[in-house]
Design a protein around this ligand. Structure first.
Ligand SMILES: [Zn+2]
Ligand SMILES: [Zn+2]
Length: 540
């Protein structure tokens, strides 16, 4: 049974070997500290699932030893699972005011505001949880108020970066990261646990301030309505878009509930003070076409988001031929097909689309190689543990770190317990990790019986057979049978089922199996498919 002794252990239960659902644990002197508790979003592998989260069984079994959950920033892959899993862990959360406000809304939606305690801490807070001394430092990212953490223990110091970039013109963040990080890490840290997302980028991520010129140009030359889509959580981008709207003589309106939420939280934290007045949709539609800028969610192709509905002509905000849609965001890998579907809908209607490939209208929130090298230097880290990446990203960061002078790098993945300090870092053992899914209202194993069955249903179709005496009835779902042939197919399947029932005299189980095989044979002959077949014997 894994129990941290006089050492520092590191264990990721999510986010190492994948991009999404971050959950990191630090162990020391019998205690555990959790950093982040995020989700991933559903994909074609999980039919009917929107939300995937890390399996927390390991830490739930040790929750008496858990001292708290530190949240680095408000992105869903870092806080999204709080509303589903934190109540069972029974410890308080620690987050800065902006992040805490986003978390509080989620807890309120799940009626957990009273159950889960959230401690609001300053962005440069210093506090102690069990054997862990924690010192926060704000770094730039694509959401306000991302805080990295220096974790101090009797066995050494670890710098946990969270998601970050370097940007001295980040709009809503503090400048001089170098000064602040160097001061915090004076004397050098023993290990850095670092974001791998953009390690393949040879150049730095670029400054938020630099996006303004590109947006000025593509908005300025537009003649009709302009719609800009970006992540709602990117409040700095919203601020930039407000500037651009004002400078190009356009009024601003927003579409997408997540924008309302972020604007409210950002304003409550002192941001977006200069945002122009946001007009309502009716007023927007009455403006001359070249006097409007719409900012909308849906840039990742999300089918229910504002942009999708506008593209389908299914929203109070309307676009037409000659209007322009600007994607001020990155295409997240995996979303290309969904994004393309919407771009094609727009193209068909004569609406022009501009992406980051055509103009400088987006910068990433994650560090490229020059930024990684700078942070290794500033922290003086002796050992790197890459996180927040697929295996290829983490391996590349390990190679890169060694090439620029970091003494040691260890690549781990979810479930591997690393003895980090005292070094050298090494993997001790592998513990239970995995994925849970939110399926309706239930949180269940991602590869449990229900999901396995649904995958089969979605691929193979289903036939139900009811048999009573000498007669059988068959219903099918999802088989590629021509509607005109459906009656004939049904009769043939029913005859096969009735014959199998009549000829089988070996007891109920064998009879059921004979019927199942007979019906499946008919379905395979007709369609080439092997559907799931369920047999109900009504007379036994
Ligand atoms: Zn993030
Ligand atoms: Zn992230």
């Amino acid at each position: 049974m894994t129990k941290p002794g006089k050492e520092v252990l590191f264990l990721a239960l999510g986010g190492s070997g994948e991009i999404g659902m971050n959950l990191n644990l630090y162990g020391c002197e019998g205690k555990w500290l959790m950093v982040d508790l995020g989700v991933s979003f559903g994909n074609a592998d999980y039919p009917g699932i929107d939300i995937i989260m890390p399996d927390t069984a390991f830490i739930e079994e040790r929750k008496d030893a858990l001292v708290g959950i530190l949240l680095t920033h408000g992105h869903e892959d870092h806080i999204g699972a709080v509303a589903y899993l934190a109540a069972d862990l029974g410890v308080p959360l620690y987050a800065n005011s902006f992040t805490a406000a986003l978390v509080a809304r989620k807890l309120a939606e799940e009626e957990l505001a009273e159950t889960v305690k959230v401690h609001v801490v300053d962005m440069d807070a210093q506090f102690t949880l069990g054997p862990f001394g924690i010192k926060l430092v704000q770094l730039a990212h694509s959401i306000p108020d991302m805080c990295a953490a220096l974790i101090e223990t009797p066995y050494g110091r670890v710098f946990h970066t969270g998601d970050w970039k370097l940007d001295d013109d980040s709009k809503l963040g503090q400048p001089d990261a170098e000064v602040r990080v160097r001061a915090l890490c004076a004397g050098g840290v023993d290990a850095i646990v670092c974001d791998s997302t953009n390690v393949f980028n040879a150049s730095a991520s670029g400054s938020e301030g630099s996006v303004r010129d590109g947006l000025m140009q593509v908005v300025g030359e537009a003649r009709g309505r302009v719609l800009v889509t970006t992540f709602a959580s990117n409040a700095a981008r919203l601020e930039t878009l407000g500037d651009v709207a004002r400078a190009t003589g356009r009024q601003l309106c927003v579409a997408g509930r997540s924008f309302d939420r972020i604007i409210e939280v950002a304003r409550a934290n002192g941001y977006l003070r200069n945002l122009p007045e946001i007009i309502d949709w009716d007023a927007a539609m009455r403006l001359p076409r070249n006097k409007l800028m719409i900012v909308a969610t849906g840039g990742q192709g999300e089918p229910r988001a504002a942009l999708a509905r506008i593209a389908e002509g299914n929203h109070p905000l309307a676009l037409e031929a000659g209007d322009r849609v600007i994607y001020s965001s990155k295409q997240i890998p995996g979303n290309e097909i969904a994004i393309g579907r919407i771009m094609n809908l727009l193209a068909e209607r004569g609406i022009e689309t501009i992406t980051e490939k055509q103009a400088h209208i987006h910068v990433s929130g994650h560090p490229g190689k020059p930024e990684l090298a700078a942070l290794y230097r500033w922290t003086g880290a002796k050992t790197l543990i890459p996180v927040h990446g697929e295996m290829r990203h983490m391996m590349e960061q390990a190679r890169f770190a060694k090439s620029v002078g970091v003494a040691e790098a260890l690549v781990q993945k979810n479930g591997q317990v690393v003895r980090l300090l005292p070094g050298p870092a090494r993997i001790l053992e592998t513990v239970v990790s995995g994925r849970l899914v939110l399926d309706g209202d239930m949180i269940v194993a991602a590869d449990g019986a229900a999901m396995t069955e649904r995958r089969r249903l979605s691929q193979s179709g289903h036939v139900a057979v009811a048999v009573a005496g000498r007669s059988a009835r068959v219903v099918q779902r999802g088989l590629p049978v021509d509607p005109d042939d459906m009656d004939r197919f049904g009769q043939e399947a029913e005859t096969a089922a009735a014959n199998a029932a009549a000829n089988s005299k070996d007891g109920e189980e064998k009879r059921r199996e004979a019927i199942r095989l007979a019906v499946r044979r008919v379905a395979t002959q007709w369609t080439g498919k092997k559907p799931l077949v369920d047999v109900l014997l009504l007379d036994s």
